[in-house]
Design a binder for this molecule. Structure first.
Ligand code: SF4
Length: 276
C-alpha cells in the first residue's frame, strides 16, 4: 500500500475565494477507482504517470490525527475534494471511517462529497455524527446505462437510494447535480427523489470536457476563466425544471453568475453549499 502524503490542502484562487469550505482532507489520492473520464484530478496526474485508479495511495492515520489536532472544533473540512473518499477501497482500508471517528472526537465538521452509495452503509450511518456530518452525493445523470459510459462509480439509482436513506436517517444530505446536463436527466426521476436539498453546478466546457459528453456545445457561449459557460438566462430556464426539492442552491464560478445566485436565488447567501 502506497502512502498518500498530500492529504490536506486549502484551495486558493478563484475557486477558493468563492468556496465556503476550501480546506480539503483526502483519505485516498493519486487515483480513484471511479475513474470518471472527465475527472479533473485525473487530467492533472494521468499524463505524468501518477494516476492509479485500481490502486490509490492511502493517507496515514497518525498524520491525519496530528493534523486534526491543530484544527479548532466547529471547523468544517471537505472530505474527498480531490478523489472520492468512498471509492471501493474504503471497504478494505476504512481510512475514511477512521478519519470520521477522529473528527467526531474533536468536534470537527465534515462535508462529504461522493459518487458512492457506500456512505449510506449501516457502518457509516452508525458512525457519522448528525451534528457534524454534511453529505452531498453527486449525480450526473438519472440513466444507469449512460453513467457507465463515462464513470465507474455506483449507478445513479444506487446513489439516489443512498440519498434517501441518509435523509430518512436525519442527516443533512443533498443531491449534488454536478454537472447539470439537461439532456442527461429524466426530470420525473429527479424531481421524485425523497430529499429536501439539491445543489446544482452547471457544466463548464473546455477541449478536455468536450470529448466526454454527447451534447450540443453551441449553447455554451460565455467565456470565463478558460472555460465556456451557459448564459445566465439559460441557467435560469434550466433551474425552472427542478421542482421536487424544498431548497435549491447553485454553486457557480462565473463571477457575475455567482453574485446573481448568491443575492437572488440561493437559500443561504453566505454558503452556496447550503449546509444545515
Ligand atoms: S469520483 Fe471524483 S475523483 Fe473519482 S474519478 Fe470521478 S471525478 Fe475523479
Amino acid at each position: 500500500m502506497k502512502e498518500y502524503k498530500s492529504f490536506f490542502k486549502t484551495v486558493a484562487g478563484n475557486e477558493g475565494s468563492k468556496c465556503h469550505y476550501p480546506t480539503r482532507l483526502d483519505t485516498y489520492g493519486c487515483g480513484c477507482f471511479h475513474d470518471c473520464k472527465y475527472c479533473y484530478a485525473k487530467s492533472l496526474l494521468d499524463f505524468r504517470g501518477l494516476w492509479h485508479p485500481e490502486d490509490p495511495a492511502v493517507a496515514d492515520l497518525e498524520k491525519i490525527k496530528r493534523r486534526l489536532d491543530k484544527i479548532p472544533a466547529g471547523t468544517v473540512l471537505r472530505l474527498g475534494g480531490m478523489t472520492d473518499c468512498f471509492q471501493p477501497c474504503e471497504l478494505k482500508y476504512k481510512r475514511t471511517l477512521e478519519t470520521i471517528q477522529e473528527m467526531n472526537r474533536r468536534g470537527i465538521g465534515y462535508l462529504i462529497v461522493t459518487k458512492s452509495h457506500i456512505v449510506a452503509n449501516d457502518e457509516y450511518v452508525g458512525t457519522m455524527d448528525r451534528e457534524l456530518a454534511h453529505i452531498q452525493i453527486t449525480v450526473t445523470t438519472t440513466d444507469d446505462q449512460r453513467s457507465l459510459e463515462y464513470e465507474k462509480a455506483s449507478t445513479p439509482s444506487l446513489r439516489i437510494k443512498a440519498i434517501e436513506k441518509l435523509q430518512e436517517n436525519g442527516y443533512d444530505v443533498a443531491l449534488r447535480l454536478s454537472p447539470y446536463i439537461e439532456e442527461y436527466i429524466d426530470f420525473n426521476i429527479l424531481n421524485n427523489v425523497q430529499c429536501d436539498k439539491i445543489l446544482i453546478e452547471f457544466l463548464r466546457v473546455n477541449c478536455f470536457i468536450q470529448k466526454w459528453f454527447e451534447i450540443d456545445y453551441g449553447k455554451y457561449t460565455l467565456k470565463h476563466g478558460g472555460y465556456l459557460h451557459l448564459p445566465l438566462e439559460e441557467k435560469q430556464r434550466m433551474l425552472e425544471r427542478i421542482t421536487g426539492f424544498k431548497q435549491v442552491s447553485v454553486c457557480d464560478d462565473v463571477d457575475e453568475h455567482y453574485e446573481f445566485f448568491r443575492d437572488n436565488f440561493n437559500p443561504n447567501p453566505k454558503d452556496c453549499c447550503n449546509l444545515g
